[in-house]
Design a protein. Structure first.
Length: 225
């Protein structure tokens, strides 16, 4: 897979015309129309002069041919728009290199650095618990006390908590039965272009699809873990 950075982002953008030609043969409609006109002229020239074909039939046939060509043009235009959207998304992702973003996560890639983020609560919690599970299945629960509904910022210090570097599954639960979404703030180190779209490498998180971004920039952190 290619790597996109601020210096190489132009190389990741596909030519729209080239992509359209590869996905849709734009000459098909023109060739079909030419064949149709050739056949129609031959039909007119070779019709029985004593029983000529009704002119409205030719008009109906030509109208049907025009409709086919219009549909072909619409398909070509739709493909161009899809390629353009993909290029814009790639350029946007490449421009995030070195920037901080907030992404929805189900796992963390912990090292020695602190991890900041927020938890989105829809309901008030009498007791909120953050659970981290390492690759060996060993879990560590962190009690976060009672919390009001809304966005709750947090900061996670692996060294203070005695967490070894590694990948941890993360889950938050409350005594109300809610399992709120966890969002983490991290700096984008680089972007990879995949068949499913741009993939960002975010510090403290790892590889994250572009559509997992929930916020740009860093929110204020008020609570510590």
């Amino acid at each position: 897979m290619a790597t996109v950075s601020n210096d190489t982002q132009n190389s990741a953008v596909y030519g729209i015309d080239e992509a359209v030609k590869q996905s849709v043969n734009v000459s098909d409609a023109a060739q079909l129309e030419n064949n149709f006109l050739t056949l129609m002229v031959a039909q007119i020239q070779n019709q029985d002069p004593t029983s000529p074909v009704d002119s409205t039939e030719f008009l109906n046939q030509f109208a049907a041919m025009s409709q086919v060509k219009s549909l072909e043009n619409m398909a070509s235009l739709s493909t161009s728009n899809l390629v353009l959207m993909d290029n814009l998304q790639t350029l946007t992702a490449a421009g995030l290199v070195g920037q901080e973003v907030t992404v929805a996560v189900e796992q963390l890639d912990l090292g020695e650095d602190k991890v900041t983020g927020n938890i989105n609560l829809e309901h008030a919690a009498g007791q909120l618990t953050l659970k981290l599970t390492d690759s060996n299945g060993v879990s560590r629960e962190i009690e976060m006390g009672s919390q009001a509904p809304g966005l709750m910022p947090f900061e996670l210090d692996p060294q203070a908590l005695g967490l070894a570097p590694g990948t941890y599954a993360v889950e938050v639960s409350s005594d109300s039965g809610e399992y709120p979404k966890v969002e983490v703030v991290g700096r984008v180190s680089h972007v990879r272009v995949s068949s499913e779209g741009p993939v960002l490498d975010v510090a403290g998180v790892g590889s994250v699809p572009f559509y997992n971004i929930t916020e740009f920039g860093q929110p204020q952190t008020t609570s510590l873990l």
